[in-house]
Every structure is written in structure tokens, then in C-alpha cells.
Design a protein around this ligand. Structure first.
Ligand code: ADP
Length: 162
């Protein structure tokens, strides 16, 4: 019997995508047949970048990964996974502080859909301190974000800061 293709979903806010996210996407693209980066449509949050801007930036920076696509979703992640025929949720763990929240989400998603597995990956050590929130703060205070985000994102951050 032929091996089944495995599609994974990497969900998040990506406001904006950082080098840490990109590191995880590249790692994920090597072990899954297809990886869908799914941006949560959350009208209650007030993001720095609009949904469209976040999707555009993601599309620009994943161009070198042919099995990676970008999409948006709302509602339950497990329902979206069924619609996209995905069996895996990919999430990143940077430090112990991520663990508790991620474990709760993974176990809740397993309760909602026992067929869906959450897979955790660790980024390169250099990215373990990196979060979109910190990048936004550094940018808003006039700091240099060049080593934190891909060049296309850095350009857009600079235009937000002025
Ligand atoms: P959320 O709002 O769901 O936390 P994020 O866009 O902040 O969305 O992150 C999406 C996923 O990427 C989460 O699993 C998060 O732990 C992971 N992540 C965020 N930053 C990094 C990083 N620097 N290295 C590895 N994983 C990360």
C-alpha cells in the first residue's frame, strides 16, 4: 500500500512573520508532504499588520519552499484541518514558558478531534528569544529589526514606524 501523504497546518497570528517562524516553516517543509501556513482571522485583536499584509509577507518569504502554501482561517482549528484534509498541527516551542499553553491547546484539540496530532518543533537556538510581540515593540521604539525578520518584513516594519 502506498504511504499516505501527510499535510500539516502551521497556525498562528504571524503579526509579523519572524525569522523564528520561518525557521519552523523550513523545518516543517522538510518532513511533511504539504505544509499550510494558516493565519488566524481574528477580528477582536487589533494587529499591527492587516490580514492581507500578513498573508502577502508570508507568501513572499516562503517562495523558496514549493510544498508550503499560505491560507487564512477562522472558527475551530480542528474544523479547518478537516476541510484541508490535514492530519497534523505544527507548533513551535521556544522555551519552557511556551509549554503549558501549547500543551493545553494540543490536548483540547485532541479532545475535539482525536485523529489530529500536534507536532512540536524547536527553532534554532538563536531564535528561541524571538516573538512577533517583541519585534513589534522593538520596531515601535525605533530599534533595528534586521536580524529578527526577513528583509521584506523589515522594509514594511520601517514604513509602519514612521
Ligand atoms: P499565536 O498568536 O498563535 O501564538 P504566533 O504567530 O505568535 O501565533 O505563533 C505561531 C506559532 O509559532 C506558535 O506555535 C509559536 O509558539 C510559534 N513561534 C513563534 N515564534 C517562534 C520562534 N521564534 N521560534 C519558534 N516558534 C515560534
Amino acid at each position: 500500500m502506498a504511504a499516505q501523504r501527510i499535510t500539516a497546518i502551521y497556525p498562528g497570528s504571524f503579526d509579523p512573520i519572524t525569522n523564528g517562524h520561518l525557521d519552523l516553516i523550513e523545518r516543517g517543509s522538510k518532513i511533511f508532504d504539504e505544509l499550510i501556513v494558516a493565519v488566524l482571522r481574528n477580528p477582536e485583536k487589533s494587529p499591527l499588520f492587516s490580514l492581507q499584509e500578513r498573508v502577502e509577507m508570508l507568501q513572499e518569504v516562503v517562495q523558496h519552499c514549493p510544498n508550503v502554501s499560505v491560507d487564512t482561517f477562522d472558527g475551530l482549528l480542528v474544523d479547518y484541518a478537516v476541510r484541508r484534509q490535514a492530519r497534523v498541527i505544527l507548533r513551535g516551542i521556544r522555551a519552557v514558558s511556551d509549554f503549558e499553553n501549547e500543551m493545553q491547546m494540543a490536548l483540547m484539540n485532541r479532545k475535539l478531534d482525536p485523529n489530529l496530532e500536534t507536532v512540536f518543533m524547536m527553532p534554532a537556538v538563536a531564535y528561541t528569544f524571538l516573538s512577533s510581540r517583541l519585534v513589534r515593540e522593538v520596531c515601535q521604539l525605533g530599534g533595528d529589526t534586521r536580524s529578527l525578520v526577513p528583509p521584506q518584513v523589515e522594509e514594511r516594519l520601517r514604513s509602519k514606524a514612521v
